[in-house]
Design a protein around this ligand. Structure first.
Ligand code: NAP
Length: 237
């Protein structure tokens, strides 16, 4: 049986993906701060889930991940879904700092731990859930978009590093558009995918060991347009 860890499995995309992995031969280590949500999830399929409740911004993630991996009996796949971000028009530093502590600082500790673990065992698959938001800056949630830009760039770096090892180590960057979860904030949302559909498409990208997966797939087009849109037009939006 394959072993996976999902960081951020108490709700949203991470929870749906945990259910899919458990139904497809994985034993899954599930994490998040809300222990009661993890217990509820474990009750769906007690043999398949191992719980570890912790806050990625307050604990040493490397220690928590090593303990959870030991409890699972190994690790083949790590999915980092935990993320945060808030609208912050007044540029309140606490809001920006909160976003950066999880999306940048904890993210770096977690993906680096996973990479080193997979390098040592000479195989493995790391998946980060970044966002289409990482492609351009945003005036109402600057830290969210900037932290997602960091994530997609960092994952690209790790992918090239993995290729240099010559070992079967894969790094997948999942870039969702809008998904119907608590994270989908603000107005003017469109092409909003259900959590179930998003998680199924992410599972497809994992099976294909894709470098980059857009969720849903049509967001690839938006990504291309966003990337090349001149600043003078973007400024007016
Ligand atoms: N929904 C969208 O439209 C959308 C679009 C693009 C990208 N994304 C990305 O998708 C990922 C998953 O988000 P989602 O939409 O599924 O939202 P969600 O339902 O709010 O899930 C976020 C997960 O992160 C965990 N988390 C948050 N802060 C944490 C912390 N300090 N320590 C540990 N875990 C923490 C939450 O668990 P606890 O609260 O229990 O700790 C929860 O399980 C995020 O990285 C998000 O940026 C979402």
């Amino acid at each position: 049986m394959n072993n996976a860890i999902i960081i951020g499995a108490t709700s949203g995309i991470g929870r749906e993906l945990a259910l899919i992995l458990a139904g497809n031969g994985y034993r899954v280590g599930i994490t998040g701060r809300r222990a009661e949500k993890l217990k509820e999830l474990k009750e769906c399929n007690p043999e398949k889930f191992v719980i570890s409740a912790f806050d990625c911004t307050r604990e040493r993630n490397s220690e928590k991940l090593a303990e959870l991996t030991k409890a699972l009996g190994g690790l083949d796949l790590l999915v980092l879904s935990a993320g945060t971000g808030d609208i912050n028009e007044s540029l309140d530093f606490d809001i920006e700092n909160n976003t950066n502590q999880l999306n940048v600082v904890a993210f770096t500790e977690i993906v680096d731990w996973a990479f080193r673990y997979f390098e040592k065992q000479r195989k493995g698959h790391l998946v980060g859930i970044s966002s289409i938001a990482g492609i351009r800056g945003n005036r109402i949630a600057p830290a969210y978009n900037a932290s997602k830009a960091y994530q997609l760039n960092y994952l690209e770096g790790l992918r090239y590093k993995a290729a240099k090892t010559g070992k079967p180590i894969f790094v997948t960057d999942i870039r969702p558009g809008f998904v119907d979860t608590d994270m989908a904030k603000g107005e003017g949302k469109f092409w909003v995918a259900s959590k179930e559909k998003a998680a199924l498409q992410i599972f497809g990208s994992i099976k294909k060991r894709k470098d980059v997966g857009y969720v849903t797939r049509r967001w690839r087009l938006v990504a291309m347009v966003l990337k090349w849109l001149p600043g003078w037009i973007y400024k007016k939006m």
